[in-house]
Design a protein around this ligand. Sequence first.
Ligand code: T46
Length: 131
Amino acid sequence: MSLIKWVELPNLGDHRGSLMVAESAKNVPFEVKRIYYILDAKPDVPRGFHAHKSLIQLAFCLKGSCKMLMDNGVEKQEVYINQPNKGLIIPPLVWHEMHDFSEDCVMLVLASDCYDESDYIRDYDDFVKAL
Ligand code: T46
């Protein structure tokens, strides 16, 4: 099964501009309990380098782009997140790294649960053991 799963939001925009809608259980395949966003990321400073035990996330670049490396311990794939209506699903137990942020990048992440550091696996060897 592909590591890369996108969620495409409908654009309900008109002559006034674009309007994208994300709704739990409709086009977002989990109940959204938290949102966070990343901006002013440095192009040469990668982020991530962890997997989650049970959290599911959906990541959009509302502006700009970044390269996401996804690794399920067997296969690795790199994709660019670069469309405001096209979000990448980050499932549990997928090691992910964000590289090459564009200077204007604004990343929005919808998450299935509240922040819990104990859900993070931040060591790659521990990640492989958890699979
Ligand atoms: C992920 C990728 C895509 C909080 O206290 N609450 C929060 O909701 C978040 C997201 C972070 N934090 C704290 C934890 C760290 O002390 O903020 C600090 C920076 O977080 P972190 O180093 O984990 O950031 P990234 O960019 O490496 O990872 C983030 C998310 O944490 C993570 O869940 O999957 O974006």
